[in-house]
Design a protein around this ligand. Sequence first.
Ligand SMILES: *Cc1c(COP(=O)(O)O)cnc(C)c1O
Length: 408
Amino acid sequence: MRRIYFDHSATTPVRPEVAEAMCGYLKDNYGNPTSLHYFGRQVRKGVEEAREKVAGAIGASPNEIVFTSGGTESDNMAIHGVAYSNKNKGNHIITSAVEHHAVLNTVKALGKEGFTVTILPVDKYGMVSVEDVSAAMTDKTILITIMHANNEVGTIMPIREIGKLAHSRGVIFHTDAVQSFGKIPVEVNDLGVDLLTISGHKIYGPKGIGALYIRKGTRWRQTLLHGGAQERLRRAGTENVPGIIALGEAARLAVANLANDNEYLRGLRDRLIREVTARIGHVKLTGHPALRLPNHASFTFEFIEGESMLLSLDMKGVAASSGSACTSGSLEPSHVLLAMGIPHEVAHGSIRLTLGVDNKPEDVGYFMEIMPPIVERLRAMSPLDQETEFTTNSDCTICKVSGTCSRV
Ligand SMILES: *Cc1c(COP(=O)(O)O)cnc(C)c1O
């Protein structure tokens, strides 16, 4: 069957050049970079070259880059490290309601440990307002953590302005750039950030590798892992060498290809948005219409459940994702869509199509062949147009469509 992958915000395939680069470090260059002998030295050299590539890709210097196990660890490490080492200055942390859970749950956990947390609202496009950030700041504020681009609706936040504001008040600023890096320019001095998170598997690298940028002079300390002196005492544990090599190459390629990829993806995305909204009724684009990631199309379809669309698309070979959460056992829709003021019943009909460099124009054509009949069929059988409220899982549309909801 024809298979089309429209879920690049969840993860991406590894670029062949990246797989090739890491392969040598799985087979031949297996030394421990801490070892002083030849095997160790060879690998150390590869790791430091990768660090230079990652640093170069975001306009940082190599000693400001710490390799981690991915975006989640980088976010935890950034937030914990700043919170604990600035306790004497204050205990207030500012974030937004639409952050990835790696940020939101970390900040909430600190809220239970004596830190005060402000979770800023967003507008109908999922955008944080700079004025709200400014108004939330107090003389106890030690950290602002706001994502560069949102993973569910693609909205790009006013990071540069927030960075200026943070610095004018002497507050440390972290951004999660997992979704933006490789798709739009990400340059630490231009953005004015002190800490920045990236992840390998969102930029055509492997899973389980990421990096945290920590600006020189930032008051931050390692808090999560006790162990060896790797990464200049900032991250204990033997380095994930093949992952690091791969991240270096993926970051280099992401920046080298950025202009081309951006234009190509934007073309596909715009066509997808145009055709979906023109050819299917009761559909709305979610997220900002212009200030959005070049590969990101997300919608709500009224009177349908997102997961039933996903299952129908999957049966036709198209991989997409949804912000509706029947899979997690709760019928609570995405926290991002709810924060944008989208009503529960509409948020349930959300779908996200995120494009990648491996997608072809024909993929959009195929999608537009199969989607309108899927929507028509689901709407015909939907209980939602009679305004039925979901209360239990047995009322779930997935159960009705597939006869089971085994994942609940
Ligand atoms: C995927 C993602 C993460 C988590 O990164 P992992 O490497 O999967 O841990 C964090 N933030 C955002 C915005 C993401 O999209």
